[in-house]
Design a protein around this ligand. Structure first.
Ligand code: SF4
Length: 710
């Protein structure tokens, strides 16, 4: 990670206005989004958008040809441009041929992508952005920080300062007054412009129409007042049929601005007459800029489904802290990282991909069903292949890949930590490690790992058998969680074995792009866990469960290793997360809770992998309720706690404020206990509460329900 990048994060985090404004917006956005989608089957809607757009991505060239034919039949001139330079040259040519001196623009990310304004201005053309947010940024000399609300990072006071300079009059931060100033200033620009430039939200191949969705009406003026209209459209905006704009227009305003419909939806089919009756010159440029290459990439073609609603940014716990400018380029947030890697260069995503904490909030709300975190992992893999792994990481993973060495190291840590550990915590670390204990206490490594003590739990003779997969944290830090799981399964008449050769699930390596390391971890674990004939493989860690159920297979597929996939599938079919399996056992009458228990209030924190990958947020709640607990839900119960595996070590400055927000929400419930299904979240939240001096306890759901069972 470069120093310049770290510095940009630091200055974004120090900007209290930025994080406060984005934090408030993000909280309000989530509530309003739910309301906007009321009565709509979001899953069905996004399924249909994904279908429409993935078809379009797969038939990009055909649709571009069809679009060009139909638009030209209606009087437009269509130009297909492969590169940003070809687009710029074409537009400059149109300007020169027509003696264009002044251009007005409506908001267009495609023009931002190729830095069109700078090229036009260099040629002596006056360019005016007419979207209010874009105009503010143009006056301020800044670039957008958000795809839909480009000036979201600015306060009204800052806007008043910017406008005051423009009109040479001291203006107050009165929003209606500022809007009036913008209207008056821009009206003259509209009337004097020789050429208008827009993008398009959708381009329909069967009719040659472009669809523009706006709230300010400026796009209508840009497309009607000047005698020349140039529309710059990325190939990903194409759809085949006119009826296919319906699902996109249903989702776009709801996801972008929580509106049921924007103020203006304009459909332009061919050249329309000018106000004086003369024919308008309509130039439509279909821009490729590596979109065709993207459509041929089996992994990244899905990124072409994006409708640029920016809801992925609005729910991202990292974006709402640091804003868009740290991403360094035109496109921001998770999807911006992916687009930057393609439209600029893979290398350009090297630093910014590390901002993703892999919580999955983005893919949960994406109306185009894009697996943004999965694509960011693929970027990491390709970066690791292209650039090689950093040496320190390579050394760490060399140890992780050697089970004996790795476990010996953890045992040594249990002895070496003695000078720093008190009451199960390490509260301060010296020197360059001190950052790690700034915002949370770390857990001490257990004196004896689960693998040494589990044999002491005498196993009943049962028909059914489960293999327990502990994962590093349960095995070496929280063995008591593992004991609780084993005892509960025993109560249900399931004997538990602990395959000794199990090792790290490979998540740290996979999330760092080191897929070869992750694949070796996968192979070792498959061998270990399938050694005995068991009915279930159970884990009390959702990250490990996801690895066993899904990621082993994905890792092999990504590396083109087909041979181990069948056994990986067999393992996946036997794997269960703790709460889902135990809830089923309760439901089947194989486990019973003691009657009339009232252990009091508990609040529940959803771990990202359990909720968003395994879709198992209800089983733990059902178990706790059946056990007699009164669940008091915290605000943003499913928002990441900031742990993100090694993220909290790599970017503690981001992890810490995310944790702080989580702790505030926990404490606001008044519950004395937090139940969690993920040992990583336990580590983060328990450590944060300890640092805070709070008396609130944090335990795994297994520990919470063990004593409540008959
Ligand atoms: S990736 Fe999905 S959520 Fe993000 S801007 Fe694109 S469509 Fe919207």
């Amino acid at each position: 990670m470069t120093t310049a990048f770290k510095d940009s994060i630091k200055s974004a985090l120090e900007n209290n206005n930025l994080s406060a404004a984005l934090g408030r917006f993000s909280e309000a956005y989530k509530v309003a989004r739910v309301k906007a989608y009321q009565g709509i089957d979001f899953e069905a809607l996004r399924e249909s958008i994904a279908e429409v757009k993935s078809y379009a991505a797969a038939h990009q060239n055909e649709l571009a040809e069809e679009f060009a034919r139909n638009a030209e039949a209606h009087g437009a001139k269509v130009f297909r441009a492969n590169s940003p330079q070809a687009v710029t040259d074409y537009i400059l040519n149109v300007c020169r041929e027509n003696g264009v001196k002044a251009v007005v623009k409506s908001k267009s990310m495609a023009t931002e992508e190729i830095h069109l304004n700078a090229s036009l201005q260099k040629d002596g053309i006056e360019v005016t952005e007419t979207d209010l947010g874009e105009w503010i940024l143009q006056l301020a000399g800044q670039r957008p920080s958000h795809m839909v609300m480009p000036a979201i990072h600015l306060r009204k006071e800052e806007v008043a300062d910017i406008f005051s300079k423009e009109v040479e009059e001291r203006l107050s931060a009165d929003i209606p007054r500022l809007v009036k100033v913008a209207r008056e200033e821009l009206r003259e620009k509209f009337l004097n412009a020789d050429l208008g430039i827009t993008g398009a939200n959708i381009a329909v191949a069967e009719t040659g129409s472009i669809v523009l969705v706006t709230n300010e009406g400026n796009a209508r003026l840009v497309t009607t007042l000047p005698k020349i209209h140039v529309a710059l459209i990325g190939l990903e905006k194409l759809v085949a049929k006119f009826e296919e704009i319906v699902p996109i227009l249903t989702a776009l305003p709801r996801s972008a601005t929580n509106q049921l419909m924007t103020s203006y939806v304009s459909t332009i089919t061919g050249a329309v007459p000018n106000l004086d009756g003369s024919p308008k010159h309509l130039h439509i440029i279909l821009m490729d800029n590596r979109r065709t290459e993207m459509s041929n990439d089996p992994k990244f073609k899905q990124a072409l489904q994006c409708i640029r609603c920016a809801s992925c940014l609005n729910v991202c716990p990292v974006f709402r802290l640091v804003g868009g400018h740290v991403f360094g380029k035109v496109y921001t947030g998770g999807i911006g990282t992916i687009l930057t890697a393609w439209f600029d260069a893979l290398k350009q995503s090297d630093d910014i991909q590390s901002l993703c904490i892999q919580c999955g909030n983005c893919s949960e709300v994406c109306p185009s069903k894009i697996d943004i975190p999965g694509l960011i992992l693929e970027l990491r893999r390709r970066l690791a292949v292209e650039q090689g792994q950093p040496l320190v990481q390579k050394a760490i993973f060399a140890v992780v890949n050697n089970r004996r060495a790795f476990h010996s190291l953890l045992r040594a840590a249990s002895l070496g930590q003695a000078p720093f550990a008190r009451d199960g915590f390490i509260r301060h670390l010296p020197f360059f490690l001190s950052d790690l204990t700034n915002s949370r206490s770390l857990p001490a490594v257990a004196e004896r790992p689960l693998r040494d003590t589990i044999t002491k739990i005498e196993q009943p003779k049962c028909k059914e058998k489960a293999a327990f997969y502990a994962g590093c944290l349960v095995d070496f830090v929280y063995p008591e969680m593992g004991s609780a799981v084993v005892k509960i399964l025993n109560k249900a008449g399931i004997a538990v074995v602990f395959p000794d050769k199990q090792t790290c699930c490979g998540a740290p390596a996979r999330y760092s792009g080191a897929y070869e390391v992750a694949a070796q971890n996968a192979l070792d674990n498959i061998d270990a866990l399938l050694e005995e004939d068991v009915q279930y493989v159970v884990s009390a860690c959702p990250t490990c469960t996801v690895a066993l159920k899904e990621e082993f297979i994905h890792t092999f597929e990504s590396l083109g290793q087909t041979e181990p996939i069948e056994r990986a599938r067999l393992l996946a079919s036997k794997t269960f997360d703790f709460s889902s399996l135990v809830n089923k056992l309760v439901h089947d009458g194989r486990l019973r809770f003691k009657p009339d228990q009232h252990p009091g209030k508990v609040t529940y924190h959803d771990s990202c992998h359990l909720k968003r990958t395994l879709h198992a947020d209800q089983p733990p709640r059902e178990l706790l309720t059946k056990a007699g607990y009164e669940i008091t839900e915290m605000f943003e119960n499913d928002m990441c706690c900031g742990m993100g595996g090694s993220y909290s070590i790599k970017l503690p400055e981001i992890s810490a404020p995310i944790l702080k927000r989580k702790l505030t929400n926990i404490k606001a419930t008044g519950a004395p206990m937090v139940a969690v299904d993920c040992p990583g979240c336990v580590m983060q939240i328990r450590g944060g509460l300890d640092k805070d001096g709070s008396s609130v306890k944090v335990e795994h759901t297994a520990q919470r329900i063990l004593e409540m069972l008959e």
